[in-house]
Design a protein around this ligand. Structure first.
Ligand code: 5MM
Length: 341
């Protein structure tokens, strides 16, 4: 493992003013996104859509430090024959790859999931590195509900994240470690705090047991938010304060950066929360975004599968990327959203 190189890439992924575009929707997930905008999901439409994003020059060169790709996308070529990886590199952004193979029911734990994909992972890393990936991502999914998550679910997922991260670093690829506590339920913010704390403690324990160098990784957690169906919602400041408190209690300062997932928050909420956290200052790690939906919902809607909408979709993407870039610096203002509208 070349820790100097891993640390350099990890720091580049969380560079001030920049964050990560999560464009690694698996075929099933991108189909759902395309269904919502009335676009048929085919190899070509998926390519056209992602090409549009990666050719958004201002966004990609100024605000996007790296892009998480899906297995299909890392092998695809743009219409003019340039590989999509090359487009990302030409913009000065770093290509990355999702390597988990999704989540499946966890035996003995009704309603809970375990992320799969460890078999053959070393060999897949070797190929992905040749294809240009410099970092990778693995997502564990933890749901909150009556009696869940179980210790079995949290510990088996944490162990898999540790195994993945260790293999990643062995191949000089920076692991993004993503334990996502879902915000789908009716639980309150305290419950989200307790469960996320439990999950992060287990994950960092496993990273330690499995000899993962914290300087060469990026954490991708959820923020501390109430469940979407909770009757008690929270202010931006409450989310920022609770999330920072939690992270300070769980994430060692050796980790160069934390790149949040948006998890179903609205575009503006995800930006406002990140901004409020960065306004606190005096944090031991860089805080940035690794958003999927909160960066892509607007461009997807603007595009709607039509060639004549490509420029509008690129503008929508650039706007969200700029808003989140400002949020990484604690310089976002709500009026900037209004002005753009
Ligand atoms: C972009 O979506 C990613 C892949 O999801 P599937 O494996 O379900 O296709 C997903 O892991 C994403 O990177 C994270 O959930 C963060 O995205 P959000 O939309 O929560 O910011």
């Amino acid at each position: 493992m070349n820790l100097t190189e891993l640390n350099k890439i990890a720091r580049g992924m969380v560079a001030p003013g920049k964050g990560i575009l999560a464009a690694d929707e698996s075929t099933g997930t991108i189909k759902k996104r395309f269904d919502a905008i009335g676009v048929e999901s085919t190899t070509d439409t998926r390519r056209d859509y992602r090409e549009l994003l990666f050719r958004s020059n201002e966004a990609m060169s100024k605000y996007v430090s790296g892009v998480i790709l899906y297995d299909e996308t890392i092998r695809q070529k743009a219409k003019d024959g340039t590989s999509l990886v090359k487009l990302i590199e030409q913009a000065g952004s770093i290509p990355g790859i999702k390597v988990d193979k999704g989540s499946k029911p966890l035996p003995g734990c009704p309603g809970e999931l375990i992320t799969e994909g460890l078999d053959g992972l070393r060999e897949r890393f070797i190929e992905y590195r040749q294809l240009g990936a410099r970092f990778a991502k693995w997502r564990a999914v933890i749901d909150i509900g009556p009696g869940i998550p179980s210790y079995t679910c949290v510990s088996t997922n944490a162990e898999a994240l540790g195994r993945y991260a260790a293999l990643c670093q062995e191949q000089d690829i920076v692991p993004i470690v993503e334990p996502e506590v879902l915000m789908d339920g009716d639980h309150d913010m305290d419950r989200c705090y307790q469960v996320t704390e439990f999950v992060l403690k287990e994950v960092f324990q496993q990273l330690y047991y499995q000899k993962v160098a914290l300087e060469g990784m990026v954490l991708k957690p959820n923020m501390v938010v109430p469940g979407k169906k909770s009757s008690k919602q929270a202010s931006v400041e409450e989310v920022a304060e609770r999330t920072i408190k939690l992270l300070k209690n769980c994430v060692p300062p050796a980790v160069p950066g934390i790149a949040f997932l948006s998890g179903g928050q609205s575009d503006e909420e995800a930006t406002a929360h990140l901004d409020a956290m960065n306004r606190h200052g005096d944090l031991p790690w860089r805080l940035t975004f690794s958003y999927g939906r909160a960066l892509q919902a607007a461009p997807q809607k603007a595009w709607s599968g039509k060639n004549e909408n490509v420029a509008a979709a690129q503008r929508a993407f650039t706007h969200r990327a700029l808003m989140n870039s400002l949020a990484t610096l604690g310089q976002w203002k709500a009026d900037l959203e209004r002005k753009a509208a």
